[in-house]
Design a protein around this ligand. Sequence first.
Ligand SMILES: NC(=O)c1ccc[n+]([C@@H]2O[C@H](COP(=O)([O-])OP(=O)(O)OC[C@H]3O[C@@H](n4cnc5c(N)ncnc54)[C@H](OP(=O)(O)O)[C@@H]3O)[C@@H](O)[C@H]2O)c1
Length: 341
Amino acid sequence: MIRVGIVGGSGYTGGELLRLLLFHPNAEVVQITSRSEAGKYVYTVHPNLRGVTQLQFIHPDALQPCDVLFLALPHRTVAGDIERYAALAPYLIDLSADFRLRDAATYQQWYGAEHPAPEWLERFVYGLPELNREALRGANYASGVGCNATTVNLALWPLAQAGWLERAAIELKVGSSEGGNQANAGSHHPVRSGAVRTYSPTGHRHMAEVEMMLNPQFPIHFSITAIEMVRGIHLLAHCYLNEPHAEKEIWKLYRGAYKTEPFIRLVSGKSGLHRFPEPRIVAGTNYCDIGFELDADNQHLVVIAALDNLGKGAAGSAVQCMNLMQNLDECAGLQFPGIYP
Ligand SMILES: NC(=O)c1ccc[n+]([C@@H]2O[C@H](COP(=O)([O-])OP(=O)(O)OC[C@H]3O[C@@H](n4cnc5c(N)ncnc54)[C@H](OP(=O)(O)O)[C@@H]3O)[C@@H](O)[C@H]2O)c1
């Protein structure tokens, strides 16, 4: 069994990592940290895990060496301590944004501060298995992914690769758990409940990860709107193709790109209620569902995608990375199909 530790275990992605790893056939969670909850049973913070585990939180200062250490801390709190974490485990998977980008100048441009450990940036592999699988196999250090960036990257990657896009304008509707477990003015119930609040019409920092992975040679924009949902991201992209394509060509492109991907499902029905991806259907899973509809001109393509920000957008991809890094079955511990209705 691989001996795993989780740092930042009282948070939302930490809790989701724990939920997945407790049922992983090849991993044992041997330690999980929280400064505020040290000494308490994990189920007092993650009540869905009551009766499943008797683990207790430890303070981060009490961390012991282990095989794989997941870091589920706010961004800008990991990089300064990276030498300490690396001394504790040969394999690190950092869900924060600290090691997602490959150069310090781009990091400074998007995060507005100097990178505290720029020499480590090159050592990390961006942790999106579908686009970086070979680099992740056997890697020691993987970053997590931005949940919004992942939805955009997976939805548009086949079109970007094929060079078919002239431009793309994207709207992302997102749930409240994206913001983590710390309350703020925007998460107060009377403010957040029922909200449809656009908070990032342009310039969201996840664009840096889209530029890094898609290397777009076309204008691409995305906006983010908070809606009444706890988990989930819904993407709707207006894609303008540089020449007309028949629907069967679009199908062929997406099938070709994703037919062997265990966690990408193409959802594009002609009839029925669930013709297109919906966040509710993928909640709690590691799936990203992707669909599309082509307009009558064969050039305006609407791409729709959905994933769980805490699942495929964070903990699910991170566990998939661990599986690749440890040469395990890539799907181990991740095959939950979701619930319905
Ligand atoms: N939420 C998402 O949808 C999502 C998706 C993708 C990636 N991410 C990334 O994943 C990371 C964690 O996000 P989250 O939503 O799980 O955050 P969160 O709910 O706020 O949890 C973070 C946890 O880290 C601990 N912590 C905070 N500051 C710390 C510090 N300076 N040193 C040690 N521990 C500290 C806190 O626990 P204690 O105070 O108890 O120690 C807290 O419970 C973030 O970097 C985020 O960008 C989040």
